[in-house]
Write a protein that binds this ligand. Structure first.
Ligand code: ASP
Length: 295
């Protein structure tokens, strides 16, 4: 059987600020990528790899996702996540959930255990409980918003919300792609606000050709249908990955938005453009040296 060059690309959010250090996040991204190399070498599917990577990022409390999520203006956390498998175009998402430890696992459960693509609010929380996912007993003691991300948010000023989503895209040795994204949303968001992260085509996309995960000011990513826009430029416009990804970031800037995307195509080409000050990111590809950087 032909085996393909595997790759895993992850991001820890585009809400990075040049005055702030992101050493803990960079070390954690490196560790997650090392684990990812082992999983993919063993033949784990792209779908499993992105779920395991995003779950590790969520659990760490180092990013604005999962355990690191910050409360909304009403004082409590609401989380969003989505996942998509390229070969089958199966996908699942959850929005504004409050009780689940791993939003990305809840998104996968929606994909695999229901006939729906997205569940929101208490219905999604109840579904996750029925599906046997780990729940949060005491939100007060569970959440640990990262000091670095809060500092970055403060530096950007009260009028601008900032962000620190996590995401992963993977290509497995069978040549299949998948993408997943998870977030606590933007700092200072309203109760009920849902961003791009759980929206298939905006925050997350995977097809047979390319997998994409977005991070940034979600409202702009929704208006651009950002992740799918990159795939469409490749599919209908014949653009190579990097050109398509750069074009999307160009459109984002012209609209007044900021953020970045991680993209991986079926030939293991990688693009990670952003127009924010930084984006915590990294990748492994086959036996190449690990790449990790924020700026
Ligand atoms: N895109 C996310 C949202 O708007 C935030 C982020 O990427 O950090 O909810």
């Amino acid at each position: 059987m032909k085996s393909f060059p595997f790759a895993l690309v992850i991001h820890g959010g585009a809400g990075a600020h040049t005055d702030v250090e992101y050493k803990p996040q960079e070390a954690h991204i490196r560790k997650t990528l090392e684990n990812g190399r082992e999983w993919l070498t063993l033949g784990v599917s792209a779908l499993d790899a992105v779920i395991m990577a995003v779950k590790a990022l969520e659990e760490s409390g180092l990013y604005v996702a999962g355990r690191g999520a910050a409360p909304n203006l009403a004082g409590f956390t609401e989380l969003d996540a989505s996942v998509m498998e390229g070969r089958t175009r199966r996908c699942g998402a959850v929005a504004a959930i409050r009780k689940v430890k791993s939003p990305v696992e809840a998104a996968r459960a929606v994909m695999e255990k229901t006939s729906h693509v997205m569940l929101a609010g208490s219905g999604a929380d109840n579904f996750a409980a029925e599906a046997g996912l780990d729940l949060i007993d005491d939100p007060e003691s569970y959440y640990r918003p990262s000091a670095q991300d809060q500092k970055a948010a403060a530096k950007r000023g009260a009028e601008l919300s900032t962000h620190g989503t996590v995401g992963a895209v993977a290509l497995d040795i069978h040549g299949h792609l998948a993408a997943a994204t998870s977030t606590g949303g933007t700092f200072g968001k309203r109760h009920g606000r849902i961003g791009d992260t759980p929206l298939i085509g905006a925050g997350t996309w995977a097809d047979a050709q390319v997998a994409i995960s977005s991070t940034g000011h979600g409202e702009y990513f929704i208006r651009l249908c950002a992740a799918h826009d990159i795939a469409a430029r490749m599919e209908y416009g014949g653009q190579p990955l990097r050109q398509a990804a750069d074009a999307l970031i160009g459109s984002l800037g012209r609209l007044g938005g900021d953020g970045g995307v991680i993209c991986l195509d079926k030939n293991a080409n990688i693009a990670m453009p952003y127009n924010s000050q930084g984006m915590k990111r990294g990748f492994i590809r086959g036996n190449e040296e690990i790449f990790v950087s924020t700026f």
